[in-house]
Write a protein that binds this ligand. Structure first.
Ligand SMILES: Cc1cc2nc3c(=O)[nH]c(=O)nc-3n(C[C@H](O)[C@H](O)[C@H](O)COP(=O)(O)OP(=O)(O)OC[C@H]3O[C@@H](n4cnc5c(N)ncnc54)[C@H](O)[C@@H]3O)c2cc1C
Length: 347
């Protein structure tokens, strides 16, 4: 049986960043990943907001800066028939596969141990023993002091320990050739969801997700792609948490990123939360700080945003807000920027 102080499940951005921070501080860590790392490719538009960029700098210095493909300084926001260009923003796009590979490489450079192609079978939280298989045949049993679940939106760890996966919705995304359309976020009250177009150099990501009901997402994506002027070929699907059921800890198991349901409910921003939760857990495990206390404000904001999300997607509210803003000297762009900032933590 293997034995480790910190056992981390999931080598996504949250898990590998936490592994890197703990290893850098001299701790014993084992990182387990379900997929084949050489082929793993995370579905994500790769948009890094100012707070995500700040976290990358805090954790990795400026080393990750070479991953930025494009600096986006304005965003076109479409709320049903209302369109507004919002300028003076700082968002940078990355290819998510490269960002995750960077975080894993930083951990491995320190001699960090990682086992991929790992299938999780059971967790005994009382005796602190986890079992599974590597490559579907080699049994792996590992005892630990602290278990860290960073296994994403459908978290198996969370299912095994609590009987429930995080509440999550399906999204669709495609990688397309960038033909010059601006960075766009479209909020559609018709299907109570949103679509995005995120340029990253010569490529771009186009996708959509719905919070309620089961609309024909592929038809919505095709419609949006026609509007943007790109051709969608291979479409993939992935789950994203809704933010309705944030869970930071159960017993000696801590949850990070998507596994904890840490997401911005109206915008789907999760890169920041993956990094921020990894940083907070590292601080909590290496000082006398409490993980829950460090994330208390973040959780309160997510819960509030989850509740106010309905207002953000309400067509009448959108129309009234724009009408009211047009009647002031500030105009609609300022109103849209205000709404994005306050309802979707988007700057
Ligand atoms: C289509 C889409 C677009 C998005 N676009 C953006 C964006 O532009 N900007 C932004 O900020 N956020 C975006 N997000 C959200 C963001 O991608 C996530 O919030 C973020 O990736 C969470 O990181 P994580 O490390 O917690 O989870 P993940 O990145 O999902 O990592 C989880 C890891 O755990 C592994 N794993 C799963 N189960 C097991 C298991 N049983 N055993 C071992 N390993 C396991 C997975 O293979 C994976 O490597 C998007 C999400 C989606 C779905």
């Amino acid at each position: 049986m293997k034995n480790t102080r910190y056992l981390i499940i999931g080598a996504g951005l949250a898990g590998s960043t936490c592994a890197y921070l703990l290893k850098r501080a001299g701790h014993e860590v084992l990182l387990l990943e379900r997929l084949d790392l050489a082929r793993k490719s995370k579905l994500c538009a790769g948009l890094c907001t100012p707070r995500a960029i700040e976290m990358l700098h805090l954790i990795y210095g400026f080393e990750a800066d070479h991953l930025f493909k494009q600096h986006l300084t304005s965003v076109r926001c479409i709320a049903d028939e209302i369109t507004a260009m919002v300028g003076n923003i700082t968002t940078k796009s990355v290819e998510r596969r490269e960002l995750d590979a960077f975080a894993v490489a930083k951990y491995q450079e320190l001699g960090g141990e990682l086992i991929d192609r790992f299938s999780l079978r059971s967790i005994d939280p009382v005796n602190k023993v986890l079992t599974g298989f590597v490559d579907h045949e080699r049994a792996l049993e590992c005892s630990y002091d602290v278990l860290i679940a960073a296994d994403g939106a459908l978290s198996t760890t969370r299912q095994l320990l609590t009987g429930k996966a995080p509440d999550a919705i399906l999204t669709l995304e495609a990688d397309v050739e960038h033909r010059g359309a601006p960075y766009t976020m479209a909020y559609e009250s018709s299907f109570f969801g949103y679509s995005w177009y995120a340029p990253a150099g010569e490529r771009a990501k186009i996708g959509c997700g719905a919070f309620r009901g089961a609309p024909d997402l592929k038809a919505e994506l095709d419609k949006f792609a026609r509007f943007i002027g790109v051709e969608v070929d291979k479409v993939r699907g992935a789950y994203i948490p809704t933010g309705s059921d944030v869970l930071l800890r159960t017993g000696s198991c801590y949850f990070l990123g998507d596994a904890a349901s840490l997401i911005c409910p109206p915008s789907g921003e999760g890169i920041y939360f993956a990094l921020w939760s990894a940083w907070c857990l590292f601080r909590a495990l290496t000082t006398s700080a409490s993980y829950e206390a460090l994330l208390a404000k973040t959780c309160a904001v997510i819960r509030r945003e989850y509740k106010t999300r309905d207002v953000f997607f309400n067509k009448k509210f959108m129309e009234l807000g724009i009408m009211a803003a047009d009647a002031t000297p500030y105009g609609r762009e300022r109103a849209v920027k205000y709404a994005l900032k306050h309802f979707a933590s988007f700057e």
